[in-house]
Design a protein around this ligand. Structure first.
Ligand SMILES: C[S@@+](CC[C@H](N)C(=O)[O-])C[C@H]1O[C@@H](n2cnc3c(N)ncnc32)[C@H](O)[C@@H]1O
Length: 401
């Protein structure tokens, strides 16, 4: 019996599209084995691009940083919290996790679809053998090396500063938009061609059009001071996902990330006009993705969960104050610090419709305490949901006066 998915909420960032827009994007909480099995009936052969960034077999725990900023001079403003584990008894157990998930991804991919599997030296060689077997001969497209800088305590080897992204296509005919990812030539190359007609043995490339990027990419990692930083561990840069999406999908295509973490793929996909499915097994990842999508004015999305996945809704013990269309959280001294909160102005008791939201994903200040609703709410049943930085989810209801 395949797992079942249930819809918890429909999210309309800043109310856009509410209530009639088709909701074509999905954010799902649960183990992706169950998620992908549940999606097979509807999506086998339908997904145009899958980006997978699983745990790397590092045998470490990756904590999240929650609260405001990560300034070591202001330790009272932020704290370490549970992120996700990457611990395994041995390589066999890790590959046992990976194999069935890669197989499901292969089944979900469309005939012209592509998989990008993001790993590093810990397990990339083993994973490549699995992919060769699952995708079959001739389906390897690239081994992309993402290089970056950063501090490291390593003293008895070269500094390990690259990840490996294995790219496999479902078929021989696949989407690859070379024009969308061309890069300017290096200024030295341009100068060489300008100064000598013998450069390139007389073959002059189209210097204006730019070059096809190499299979090694430099993008800075998302460091502490970067604006896109969420505090979720091992967050990948938007620029890297942008290149993946532009190269291997078209506007309107369906792209997916079943290990979505902080939600970099769905965020960039929505910005580039692609539809998305994203999932993660931790609440923190789903909350982080949710607030990033809202903050970036993504197209509407549903938030779903695997039926039976443990999660808990808590009653909000504080008061809401309503004044016409403005809802305010009272300032009780023990008010927990919030990640974000949102309002359904016409609660049906089943699916929460998030129409107005207050968030602060850049984590520089407090989340606003008031939300103004766009429509007249007198007599309506309001439902308010709040997510604390501890990852707890709260709900409270009120009939508007
Ligand atoms: C390397 S992180 C992904 C980071 C992400 N690409 C980003 O930019 O933030 C790996 C993620 O996989 C999730 N994960 C691990 N096992 C999973 C599973 N079985 N199902 C769904 N998600 C899983 C973890 O919770 C973690 O968020």
């Amino acid at each position: 019996m395949p797992a079942r998915l249930a819809t918890d909420s429909l999210v309309y960032p800043r109310g856009s599209g509410y209530p009639h827009a088709a909701v074509e994007n999905r954010l799902i909480l649960g183990d992706n084995l169950a998620v992908m099995s549940a999606l097979l009936a509807e999506y086998a052969g339908q997904i145009d691009l899958i980006y997978a960034d699983p745990p790397f077999f590092t045998n470490r725990h990756f904590p999240a940083r929650v609260g405001r900023g990560e300034d070591s001079r202001k330790p009272q403003d932020w704290q370490l919290a549970e992120g996700y584990p990457d611990t395994w008894p041995n390589i066999d157990s890790y590959l046992d996790m990976l194999y069935p998930r890669l197989e499901l991804m292969h089944r979900l991919l469309s005939p012209t679809g592509t998989l990008y599997l993001h790993l590093d030296w810990h397990a990339d060689a083993y994973a490549r053998v699995l992919l060769d077997e699952i995708f079959g001969p001739g389906r390897f497209l690239n081994e992309i090396i993402w290089v970056y800088h950063g501090p490291s305590p390593i003293r008895r080897a070269f500094n390990r500063k690259h990840d490996t992204i294995l790219v496999f296509t479902k078929g021989a005919d696949y989407t690859f938009n070379v024009e969308a990812v061309r890069q300017p030539y290096d200024p030295n190359t341009v100068k060489t061609f300008a100064s000598s007609n013998k450069a390139g043995f007389g073959k002059v490339p189209d210097l204006e059009r730019g070059k096809v990027p190499e299979d090694w990419w430099y993008f800075p990692v998302v460091a502490r001071l970067h604006r896109e930083r969420t505090g979720y561990p091992t967050q990948k840069p938007q620029s890297l996902l942008e290149r993946v999406i532009l190269a291997s999908s078209n506007p309107g295509d369906l792209v997916a990330d079943f290990f979505c973490g902080s939600g970099t793929l769905p965020l960039v996909a929505s910005r580039l006009g692609r539809r998305f499915i994203a999932s993660d097994v931790t609440w923190r990842a789903v909350h982080t993705t949710h607030s990033r999508l809202v903050e970036s004015n993504s197209s509407p999305f549903s938030q779903e969960y695997v039926v039976g996945h443990p999660w808990q809704m808590n009653a909000w013990p504080h008061q809401l104050v309503q004044d016409h269309n403005t809802i305010t959280l009272n300032s009780a001294p023990d008010l927990p610090e919030l990640d974000y909160w949102e309002v359904d102005p016409a609660w049906d008791g089943q699916v929460f419709r998030s129409v107005a939201q207050a968030i602060n994903p850049r984590r520089q200040a407090q989340v606003p305490r008031s939300i103004e609703l766009p429509e007249n709410i007198t007599g309506k049943r309001l439902c308010v949901r709040l997510v604390g930085i501890d990852g707890r989810l709260y709900q409270t209801e009120k009939t508007a006066s």
